[in-house]
Design a protein around this ligand. Sequence first.
Ligand SMILES: [Zn+2]
Length: 105
Amino acid sequence: MRTNDERLEVLFHQVNDQYFQDQLKIRGIFWTKRRNLVGKNFQHWAQCLTKFKGICLLDKLKNIAPDYVLRYLVFHECLHFFWVYHCRSFRQAEKEFEQLKKADQ
Ligand SMILES: [Zn+2]
């Protein structure tokens, strides 16, 4: 797997292990600049590259976002490998993250 930060690789492995039984294969996970992300609104903190099978996160998050926020973003982008849109099934799968997180506390 390609990356430009080991921390991202670690976070991806944690998400993969916890939510996807370590079955998800991606080709890369990277920090990127906003201009590389699709769309110009602030909701775009991260993006999945479905063709390449990779994940990009906005590099401005690097120094301000704690790991659990980044894990959530990675998890969210991973779900986009299964559903392109935020459809009902997507939202349902996303809820799993919140529930498991609550169980942790
Ligand atoms: Zn999304």
